[in-house]
Ligand binder design. Structure first.
Ligand code: EPU
Length: 336
């Protein structure tokens, strides 16, 4: 276990916002985590559970105990049906896991290649890309319940996953994610319904490596590398509106990008709306919307949370004015 007071956490958030925490504690085993929990009588509102910091908007000073669980083990267990259950500790870097499984010829998470962050953070926002969400392959999540001070295994259903949302996102810092169990297989069908992956369908010898390589090239063409240009990926969620509102919008903006959802609602491409409103590539002081993907807010240098949020508010009011649609911020905003 490692403890650091007044810890500089500017390097552990991919938006690179300058931030200090009252105390940073790194734990490596469940026993250490239990010990910390007892010693500091942790309450959800006094802590911040940190993974890779790739989905956070941090304040200059965080008057909380920031805790990381850095367990690294990966265990495999074959099922009766020839699939594989992979139990992965929260501290493993997500894309290293994807790479490992792809190298074993295992299918299931190749579309989620190159997503920044750790395995433990993945269920919080139910990471998703190119037609696949974590929930599609997840079996269960092992957590340390801070209130009850016990470890629990939550089934997929109990995790209450939906688009970029989960039980964990709805109850911040209540569940410490320890381990995520995924079901993968050497045989399952690829998910190639997303526009730019459809061309792969024509290749009957398609390998899981090729799908990963294609996803990586798509991401690298549009999404800035947080190490070079700090960002949190999509800064806004794609808004989901009623069918009635979607019809009105389509009449006014025939080119609007809209995806019908189960249950009749319609998801709109926020990136398209931001782009159409003239924000793509626009810089304001230290922040801006990326020139290749208008949904990604970037920190050019030394931005603060205040600057990020006031720029985001300008985008939100511009979209509300033009489209009458409310844009919700996708990363977790921590105020104090
Ligand atoms: N579009 C524009 N201009 C832009 C950006 C997008 O016109 O500047 C249009 C595109 O041409 C396309 C549509 O909007 O018709 C959707 O764009 P894209 O396919 O790039 O995906 P997205 O909806 O903007 C979502 C996820 C991404 C994920 C991609 C691919 C959310 C909030 N974002 O973006 O996830 O990689 O789909 O599946 O759901 C993330 O969550 O951080 C993230 C990067």
């Amino acid at each position: 276990m490692e403890l650091l007071e007044q810890a500089d956490i500017s390097m552990i958030n991919t938006l690179a916002l300058p931030s200090k925490a009252r105390l940073l504690i790194d734990t490596y085993t469940v026993e250490e985590l239990t010990e910390v929990s007892k010693k500091y009588s942790l309450l959800a509102e006094d802590i911040l559970i940190l993974g890779g910091g790739s989905n956070l908007v941090l304040p200059a000073f965080l008057d909380r105990i920031v805790i990381r669980y850095l367990g690294q083990s990966i265990r495999y267990q074959e099922t009766d049906t020839g699939e594989l259950l992979v139990s992965v500790d929260a501290g493993v870097v997500w894309d290293e896991l994807v790479n490992k499984l792809v190298n074993k010829g295992l299918r299931g998470i190749e579309n989620l290649s190159l997503i920044p962050g750790t395995v433990g953070a993945a269920p919080v926002q139910n990471i998703g890309a190119y037609g696949v969400e974590l929930a599609d392959v997840l079996e269960s999540v092992e957590v340390f319940n801070i209130e009850k001070q016990i470890t629990e295994i939550l089934s997929k259903k109990q995790c209450e996953f939906s688009y970029r949302d989960s039980l964990f996102k709805q109850n911040p810092n209540k569940y410490f994610i320890l381990n995520v169990c995924l079901k993968v297989s050497a045989k399952r069908d690829f998910s190639l319904s997303y526009g730019e992956l459809q061309s792969l369908n024509r290749n009957s010898d398609l390998s899981v490596h090729q799908v990963r390589e294609k996803v990586i090239s798509l991401r690298q063409a549009k999404l800035p590398d947080p190490k070079k240009l700090p960002n949190t990926g999509s800064f806004f969620k794609n808004p989901v509106v009623t069918a009635e509102q979607a019809i009105k919008l389509k009449a006014k903006f025939p080119e609007i990008v809209a995806y019908p959802q189960a249950g009749g609602r319609v998801k709109l491409a926020a990136g398209w709306m931001i782009d159409q409103s003239g924000w793509k590539g626009v810089r304001s002081g230290n922040v801006g919307m990326h020139s290749k993907q208008a949904l990604v807010l970037v920190n050019y240098a030394h931005a603060t949370q205040i600057e990020v949020l006031s720029f985001a508010a300008k985008i939100q009011s511009s979209i509300l004015e033009k489209f009458n649609v409310v844009l919700e911020i996708e990363p977790v905003v921590i105020k104090t």
